[in-house]
Design a protein around this ligand. Structure first.
Ligand SMILES: [Zn+2]
Length: 155
């Protein structure tokens, strides 16, 4: 039902709001992610760092986990990401477009594999002023997925 869907700008606004709830005291780089399901439902997430740096998790992974709980990974259709620093006014700021990292692209591809539908990616700057719209197939061509495990040894 397309009329229940959010605009790209609305999804970016949700991602920017999610970034305000990031736990990013070490990098100072807050990232938010908003995921839209086929029925227009929304799941969000933000990055969460740790004093043991390598244990930090990405906003997209947090949002995908929330999406799985809320409506299932197979229902994911669009993903908006925005990142930057929290400005003096409390809003996310920054002018560089933020795309999902390689690991998150792999996780998004898993969701796309489940439905067979290419997932739209809306990458935004922290201030929301710069948008780049693409798809997971374009961001992760020739990806590794469940089909590549066909020759695994079965016991
Ligand atoms: Zn990532």
């Amino acid at each position: 039902m397309a009329d229940t869907h959010h605009s790209a700008a609305e999804l970016v606004a949700l991602a920017r709001a999610a970034a305000q709830r990031a736990h990013a005291p070490y990098s100072g780089f807050s990232v938010g992610c908003a995921i839209e399901a086929e029925d227009g439902s929304i799941a969000t997430g933000s990055n969460m760092e740790n004093a043991c740096y390598r244990l930090g998790t990405c906003a997209e992974i947090a949002a995908l986990t929330s999406a799985q709980q809320a409506f299932g990974l197979d229902k994911v259709r669009r993903i908006a990401v925005a990142g930057g620093h929290i400005g003096a006014d409390g809003a996310l700021a920054g002018t560089q477009t933020v795309t999902p990292c390689g690991g998150c692209r792999q996780a998004i591809a898993e969701a796309a594999d489940l439905s067979g539908v290419d997932i739209e990616i809306i990458a935004a700057s922290g201030d929301g002023g710069t948008l780049s719209q693409t798809t997971i197939a374009a961001l992760l061509p020739a990806s590794f997925g469940a089909d590549n495990l066909a020759d695994a040894e079965r016991r």
